[in-house]
Design a protein around this ligand. Structure first.
Ligand code: NAP
Length: 257
């Protein structure tokens, strides 16, 4: 019989934007998988609930405040994580913001802010963490893209950033493969979080109606949950996923291309 490898060795994971939403669910899932988790968000105090939930259920987590778009803050945060939890070798680039608007109304600031958090943030975090991954000769980078990468009205900045994340993912997979580091992207469809709640508010539709409307268009007939994304992240982080790299997994309740 073929021997099935143990799915999880204990590693140190960093999840950005993990104070709430998808990031919090990913942090909780990686902790349940046995990893030590650095719960990173813009402000350290916003990580308290996630950190408490992990520590109260027998896991080990620390909260770290840092702006992923700030190079010095990222370097400092990753050094602190390495000191407190050990070399970070799993990185989930999840932090994100929306600054939606039609092109003719989109400001320079809207454009730069979205590029800063999603693309520059993923770049800075990956550059800082890869030093540890290369040294440990093991690593996982999991980037959050989106179905918006395929184009979405009112999201020129976000769609460009999320499409950029896919090229970034494939390139890092090529560069880092020789160090036993895999790099993959998850592209969620509609997931019920504060982010989609904010979109509903912006377009003036009650959130429940917004979710119900989205669910009608989704083949499995429901909106996604943060746990759906956490399950995909858990798979990519596994030991036995070591031959899966440079992939974009659409987690959208139906096909996307
Ligand atoms: P969310 O509920 O808005 O959470 C995003 C988190 O990122 C927040 O905790 C936020 O902190 C943090 N963050 C923002 N800017 C940051 C920065 N510069 N540095 C560090 N942390 C920062 O969003 P979500 O819905 O969970 O989305 C998570 C990821 O999935 C994002 O990359 C998003 O684009 C992607 N995604 C979401 C959906 C969806 O339907 N929800 C679909 C496709 C892709 P604050 O609380 O301080 O703002």
């Amino acid at each position: 019989m073929t021997e099935v490898p143990a799915p999880y060795d204990q590693r140190t994971a960093v999840v950005t934007g993990a104070g709430r939403g998808i990031g919090a669910a990913v942090a909780l899932r990686l902790a349940a998988d046995g990893h030590r988790v650095a719960v990173l968000d813009l402000r350290e105090e916003d990580t308290a609930a996630t950190v408490e939930a992990i520590n109260n259920s027998g896991g080990k987590a620390v909260g770290v405040g840092a702006d992923v778009a700030d190079a010095a803050a990222v370097e400092q945060a990753v050094a602190r994580i390495a000191g407190e939890l050990g070399a970070p070798t799993i990185l989930v680039n999840n932090a994100g913001i929306l600054r939606d608007n039609l092109l003719f109304k989109m400001t320079d600031t809207d454009w730069d802010a979205v590029m800063g958090v999603h693309l520059r943030g993923a770049f800075l975090m990956s550059r800082a963490v890869q030093a540890h991954q290369v040294q440990q000769k093991w690593g996982r980078i999991i980037n959050l893209s989106s179905t918006s990468a395929l184009g979405n009205r009112g999201q020129a900045n976000y769609a460009a950033a999320k499409a950029g994340i896919q090229g970034f993912t494939k390139t890092l997979a090529i560069e880092l493969g020789r160090y036993n580091v895999t790099v993959n992207a998850i592209a969620p469809g509609f997931i019920s979080t504060d982010m989609t709640r904010a979109t509903a508010e912006r377009v003036g539709v009650p959130f429940e109606d917004f979710v119900a409307h989205a669910a009608k268009e989704i083949p499995v007939g429901r909106a996604g949950t943060p746990a759906d994304i956490a399950a995909a992240a858990s798979f990519f982080a596994r030991e036995e996923a070591s031959f899966v790299s440079g992939q974009v997994l659409y987690v959208a309740g139906g096909p996307k291309a």
